[in-house]
Design a protein around this ligand. Sequence first.
Ligand code: BG6
Length: 472
Amino acid sequence: MEKFVEFPENFLWGAASSGPQTEGNYGKAHENVMDRWFHTKPEDFFDQVGPDIASDFYHTYPEDFALMKKIGFNSFRTSIQWSRLIKDFETGEVDPDGAKFYQSIIDEAKKNNITLILNLHHFDLPAELLDEYGGWESKHVVDLFVKFAKACFELYGNQIEYWTTFNEPMVIPEAGYLYGFHYPNYKGKGKEAMQVIYNINLASAKVISLYRSMNLKGKIGIILNLTPAYPRSNSQEDLDASEFTENLFNRSFLEPAIKGEFPKKLVEVLDKDGVLWESSQAELDLIKKSTVDYLGVNYYHPKRVKAQDHPEQFKEPWMPDQYFEEYEMPNCRMNKYRGWEIYPKAIYDIAMDIKNNYGNIPWYISENGMGVEGEQRFAQVDGFIEDDYRIDFYKEHLAWLQKAIKEGSNCFGYHAWTAFDCWSWNNAYKNRYGFIAVDLKTQQRKIKKSGYWYLDLTKNNGFVYDLEQKVE
Ligand code: BG6
């Protein structure tokens, strides 16, 4: 039976984005690691399109905010690029042009009545800090990040209600050190990846502690990509594999962020294997007391896991894969353009996990979305893109989310990925995710069908839907 799927009052509606994926590199004195990747290996990127122009947000932001307003947004997330705001990483000296640009973004959001969520790190480590210190493997880089955060808080602290320290920090060790699908494209560096996990948790805690010491009036959180690990079967081996995967890929950030501690079982395994991170008691005490005010959850797909049949292959060098193996569940729904399973119920499972195991902390969906290759095939004669597949994707995920809210999960908003088509780490503009289409040749914008659908959704604070019919 169709019913009205209604959301709480004052729900945050909008979308997320990031500096490195939208702005373009105009006026930036430093490269970040993604710029470096493109400048050294453009062939790694779809159609060899890089971040130098991206979606030109550096120039088009007034139009973009107006369009976001037009499709019903009351909020929007982007990030401050460390490599744009800071002139001298060691001293934290600010680049005046960078500072002016981010002030314009804040002013424009305000002008449009759009609450801005500002994030401090979206995979965009300055490349020089990788060259000089080994990036997030180094605790000196942790301290330089705190200097960057301090500059952000001094400049904009009281103008922003919602700050976040990192976006999807787990992707940095996973993609950069374990499996090589992001720059610096290392593979098999298991031990180093574990230190990176620790150092980024430490960096987040140090920034939270700094924020609190400055007596600013907003809130500070972190954005995690949670990918629930569902076991293939109820055999003990598969259950152990899924528990390890959960602890490593989700809870190694979730637990410290909310409870101030690392998952005990993970620490035991890493210690036994001789790959536990280097830490001090003073750091662990700081992590313990510097937990988040709220959580952002990026949800795209689950992980399906089973016991590892060939653990011996992953012992030298040490890799976490000796404890689990991912597999594609037969007959699952797939977005074949991205290789990600579509499983909307996981959003409910995440919401209930936060409610039941994490003190029902305030949280929001900070990213959820879907893009396909060749979206232009849905364009009408006037170029209007009828992206019904995206509307269906959103409806189904939102219906599961609302069910969890009705059951008491403390979710205060939903951000889609993304507002206007933007650049992606090596897929570039292959899979378009936006409510607003961007023509890369002219940088012209055009609202898609999903954008008008979002306007209706936000006006009504809900939509009519029959979740039961959809239950798999
Ligand atoms: C998230 C990131 O992982 O997913 C975004 O926070 C990213 O930066 C988005 O763009 C979609 O993934 P992708 O790789 O298809 O761009």
